[in-house]
Design a protein around this ligand. Structure first.
Ligand SMILES: C[S@@+](CC[C@H](N)C(=O)[O-])C[C@H]1O[C@@H](n2cnc3c(N)ncnc32)[C@H](O)[C@@H]1O
Length: 253
C-alpha cells in the first residue's frame, strides 16, 4: 500500500526540524510540491535546504497549484472549490508518480494541524475511493510556538482559554469569552481595529529566519510602529508572514 507522510518542518529555521521529521524525510521516495507561482523564492530555497540537509535518495515532483477565485465574496465556497481542484492535481500526481510500495511526502510549513489544507485534501482524495494510501502525520514546530518562545511568554493566562483565529475574523470583532487571541493570516493589520482595548501585543514576522522581527508592548503604543515596520519589510522583501498574540489585561466575562 502506498504511504504518504505529511511532515511539519517548523516555521522557517532548518534547526526546528525534529528528529522524527528527519526519520520521515529519509523514508520518503517522492516529495510532492505545488508550485504557487509566487515570488517567495526564499521559502522555496528553505524547503530545498531542508531536503538537502536531511533527506536521502528522493525525487521532487512539482504540480501546478490551481488559481483561487479571490474576486468572490463567498469566501468559504471559494476555498472549498480551490481545495477540490488542488485535490484533483494531487490525486493525479500520486497516481502517476508514486509506486504502489513507495512513500510520498508533503512538507508542511510549521505544524500540519494549523491553517493548512494538506490533511483535508488527502481525506478528500481517499473519500473519492479511487486511490488508497496510508497517511502518517509528523508534527512540526508551529509559528505560534515560535512566536511564544521568542517573546518568552505563555499563550494562556492562568486557567484561561486562548483562541487562534485569522485577521479576517479579528477585523470583524474581538472574539467572545477570551482575553488571549493568537492571530494568523492577517493581511490587513486587524489589530488596529482594537485600539480601544487595554491589551498588549506580541508580534513576530519571518519567525525563525534571519530576517525575524519582534515587537511587543501596549497595543495602543506600538500599533503604529508595527504597521510601519511591517509595511517597510513587506516592500523590501516582496512578502511577509507575521503572527501575533493579543493579550487583554482585564478579564471581561
Ligand atoms: C497558511 S498558515 C500556515 C501555518 C503553519 N501551519 C504553522 O503551523 O505555523 C500561514 C500563516 O502562518 C503564520 N506564519 C507561518 N510561518 C510564519 C513565520 N515564519 N513567521 C511568522 N508567521 C508565520 C502567518 O500568520 C501566516 O499568515
Amino acid at each position: 500500500m502506498r504511504e504518504i507522510a505529511v511532515i511539519g518542518i517548523g516555521a522557517g529555521d532548518p534547526e526546528q526540524v525534529t528528529m522524527q521529521a528527519v526519520s520521515a524525510l529519509q523514508r520518503v521516495d517522492v516529495f510532492f510540491v505545488l508550485d504557487k507561482g509566487e515570488v517567495k523564492q526564499e521559502l522555496v530555497d528553505l524547503r530545498s535546504e531542508i531536503l538537502r540537509r536531511y533527506a536521502e535518495d528522493y525525487r521532487v515532483v512539482v504540480g501546478q497549484d490551481p488559481e483561487r477565485d479571490r474576486t468572490t465574496t463567498a469566501y468559504v465556497e471559494a476555498v472549498d472549490d480551490w481545495r477540490r481542484r488542488r485535490a484533483d492535481v494531487i490525486a493525479a500526481l500520486i497516481a502517476s508518480e508514486l509506486g504502489e510500495d513507495q512513500v510520498g511526502g508533503f512538507l508542511v510549513w510549521g505544524d500540519p494541524s494549523l491553517y493548512d489544507s494538506t490533511l483535508a485534501i488527502l481525506d478528500d482524495i481517499l473519500a473519492r475511493g479511487e486511490l488508497a494510501f496510508e497517511v502518517e502525520v509528523i508534527p512540526g514546530i508551529s509559528s505560534v510556538s515560535t512566536l511564544a518562545a521568542r517573546h518568552r511568554v505563555g499563550l494562556n493566562q492562568v486557567g484561561r482559554p486562548i483562541q487562534i483565529t485569522t485577521g479576517r475574523r479579528l477585523a470583524a470583532g474581538w472574539p467572545e469569552g477570551v482575553d488571549d487571541v493568537v492571530v494568523m493570516l492577517d493581511a490587513q493589520t486587524a489589530f488596529t481595529e482594537h485600539l480601544d482595548q487595554d491589551a498588549d501585543i506580541y508580534w513576530g514576522a519571518y519567525l525563525g529566519t534571519p530576517d525575524e522581527i519582534l515587537i511587543s508592548g501596549p497595543l495602543r503604543e506600538v500599533a503604529a510602529e508595527i504597521e510601519k515596520v511591517r509595511a517597510e519589510a513587506r516592500d523590501r522583501k516582496g512578502w511577509i508572514m507575521d503572527t501575533y498574540l493579543l493579550r487583554r489585561k482585564r478579564w471581561e466575562a
